[in-house]
Design a binder for this molecule. Structure first.
Ligand code: MN
Length: 387
């Protein structure tokens, strides 16, 4: 058995759409994390690893930002990956030209649609926002691109205006519309309402770009899918502006394990992907981060370790191999004889029963004196006990 979850999950009827697209924006929103700037080779390596994971679409960057960004997006588009390569653009022709120059498969063209964005950022009215969007979508479609139209701050936008601008996007030939929860300001119930309202009017795919300001990005994304959305934006390790975005690994594993919706991704690459993004972004993964944290499959307490040695699923919902992690038994003040014996056999060491009891005492004492019991310390303890 590779996983063991609550049977109560099956008590609720859940309907996911058949084709779900994950478009990962680690290389765009992820790179907009304050202090993060990926190098050319680093971006390429992350893109290749995402492709190995079998991601559907990669939002590779924002070409208008710089010459270097254009070169990088162009190189990613030229890699011949299976994933579709998208670039971000404003609704400006020069942005779309820059994306076209990169040879990408498509664009995500965005404009702020909430009154607060129109008034305080764009300084334009609703009609002008509609006009700009219309022109941009038509221009991009004329150039044969896949076009996703993203309403920035959609979750704080008037529903009638949102329906109007998405409707126009559809008329202009957009392939998908994006609901951007730009400030992570919606609840799962709010997103369910919004998506259900929009699917009544919109005949093209709806996707979600959720931010994690309240820690709800993943559940908002899942709730959106259950309400009829067909695309989700993610980032590896959940990096991104402020509190970041819906984390790729949490979303994929929750869907696969908890909801029984396996999207066919190569989840065994998850840990590698996470480590790569952590290394190149300079952002350490918290030890308790779901799925990819170093403590997620690590057990120390004697009671837990004893049980895990016999049956790992006593204290794990799924086995670490599914995400490229390893189970680790850590010795400490809560360790008992079984844990120490397991560690001894891992290190291929043999001791007598008396020596074992002595070693357990020493392990507890060393830990309480502040030493972390790594293999080196453990072997020293064993050596000092052997007669
Ligand atoms: Mn964003």
């Amino acid at each position: 058995m590779q996983y063991y979850i609550s049977h109560y999950n099956k008590e609720c009827e859940l309907n996911f759409p058949d084709d779900i697209t994950i478009y990962d924006t680690t290389l765009r929103d992820g790179e907009q994390t304050p202090g993060v700037c990926f190098g050319f080779e680093e971006k390429l390596e992350i893109a290749r690893k995402l492709d190995q994971f079998r991601i559907n679409q990669i939002e590779a960057g924002f070409p208008i930002v710089s010459e270097r960004e254009r070169e990088t997006v162009k190189a990613i588009a030229g890699e011949g990956l299976d994933a579709e390569i998208l670039a971000l653009t404003r609704t400006k022709p020069e942005d779309i030209d820059a994306a076209i120059d990169c040879g990408v498969d498509g664009i995500i063209t965005f404009i702020g649609t909430s009154d607060i964005h129109l008034d305080h950022k764009m300084h334009i009215g609703r009609q002008e926002a509609v006009n700009l969007s219309e022109k941009a979508i038509e221009y991009a479609k004329d150039h044969g691109l896949f076009v996703a139209f993203s309403a920035e701050d959609a979750t704080r936008t008037d529903i009638e205006f949102l329906k109007r601008i998405y409707g126009i996007a559809e008329e202009c030939g957009a392939d998908r519309v994006h609901i951007a929860d730009t400030t992570g300001a919606i609840t799962p119930d709010g997103i369910r309402y919004l998506v259900r309202e929009l699917v009544k009017d919109i005949n093209i795919d709806i996707a979600l770009h959720c931010h994690n300001d309240f820690g709800l990005a993943v559940i908002n994304s899942i709730t959106g899918l259950l309400a009829g959305a067909k695309g989700i934006s993610t980032t590896v390790n959940g990096i991104g502006e402020r509190a970041g975005n819906a984390s790729l690994e949490e979303l994929i594993m929750a869907l696969k394990i908890l909801y029984g919706k396996d999207l066919g991704f190569k989840t065994k690459y998850i840990k590698e992907l996470s480590s790569l993004v952590s290394k190149y972004s300079g952002l350490k993964v918290p030890y308790n981060k779901p799925v990819v944290g170093n403590n997620v499959f690590r057990h120390e307490s004697g009671i837990h370790v004893d049980a895990v040695i016999e049956e790992p699923l006593c204290y794990e919902p799924y086995v670490p191999e599914l995400v490229g992690q390893k189970r680790q038994l850590v010795l400490g003040k809560h360790s008992g004889c079984r844990a120490v014996r397991a560690k001894l056999s891992e290190c291929e060491l043999e001791v007598s029963d008396d020596e074992l009891i002595e070693i357990v005492k020493k392990v507890k004492k060393s830990r309480e004196e502040g030493k972390y019991i790594n293999d080196k310390i453990f072997k020293e303890i064993v050596k000092s006990t052997k007669r």
